[in-house]
Design a protein around this ligand. Structure first.
Ligand code: HEC
Length: 219
């Protein structure tokens, strides 16, 4: 029966057409893809910019000094939070990761990167100009870069930038301390550690316990 066969083919075709029509409703949803063009808005952007003046939660940045290191247009010279041992330790860790490759661990500018041909050797932190530079200035250099030095705003969050600033100041003090600043009772230079076991290079040396007798004389 050719008629019947034709009929059933048509039915099947129709049915598939209708069914897939239903499925399309689910596949093509009434929404726009990210960055898609839109004819609805005059600027043809489907994504709407936030209303002017909108601030996302946690991004108010009310404490301008904390986020810029500046008071008005000039760098300030105080830390926005108290400097504790933790702050300095975190600062040292971050400094050694992000800054020491160029500025060296003591901050004299003789880092590894300039020694391998980086276009310019960074200045030492121990020159008078930078010794006198206010703390906010260092914060600003990290945030915005300086000359050919790139900025570290995206790698180092504000809190860590300040931690580094505190540590850089500590480095500066450490390289320029006077005898008057040494706490009473502390010897300069400090005594070399005496070892009971020097270690093999693969193992750490073991320091000898402190005694009151004068070291090394009897040997
Ligand atoms: C890729 C190498 C590099 C790294 C990493 C780097 N610096 Fe620098 N820095 C430089 C160079 C080079 C200069 C000198 C730039 C110039 O004069 O154009 C400089 C200059 C400076 C100055 C002096 C600005 C002045 O007034 O002379 C400060 C302060 C400073 N860097 C701080 C930092 C701190 C803090 C970090 C770590 C967060 C850091 N730098 C990481 C290369 C680097």
């Amino acid at each position: 029966m050719p008629h019947l066969r034709k009929f059933s083919t048509v039915t099947i075709l129709l049915a598939t057409g209708l069914l897939s029509g239903c499925r399309l409703d689910m596949h093509i949803q009434p929404r726009v893809n990210p960055l898609a063009r839109s004819d609805f808005f005059t600027d043809q952007r489907s994504a709407r910019p936030p209303v002017e003046g909108t601030v996302a939660r946690g991004q108010l940045h009310e404490d301008t000094y904390f986020y810029t290191g500046k008071i008005g247009n000039s760098p300030g010279d105080y830390m926005p939070f108290p400097v504790t041992k933790d702050v300095l330790e975190r600062g040292r860790e971050r400094y050694n990761i992000f800054c020491a490759p160029c500025h060296s661990r003591v901050g004299d500018g003789n880092g590894f990167v300039p020694s391998r041909g980086f276009a310019r050797k960074p200045p030492s932190y121990h020159i008078q100009r930078l010794q006198k530079a206010p703390l906010g200035y260092f914060y600003d250099v990290i945030t915005n870069g300086f000359g050919i030095m790139p900025d570290y705003a995206s790698q180092i969050p504000p809190q860590d930038r300040w931690n580094i600033v505190a540590y850089v100041r500590a480095l500066q003090l450490s390289q320029n301390a006077s005898m008057a600043e040494v706490p009473a009772g502390q010897k300069i230079p400090s005594e070399p550690p005496s070892f009971r076991d020097l270690g093999t290079g693969a193992t750490s040396p073991v320091t000898a316990p402190k005694t009151d007798s004068k070291p090394e004389e009897e040997k």
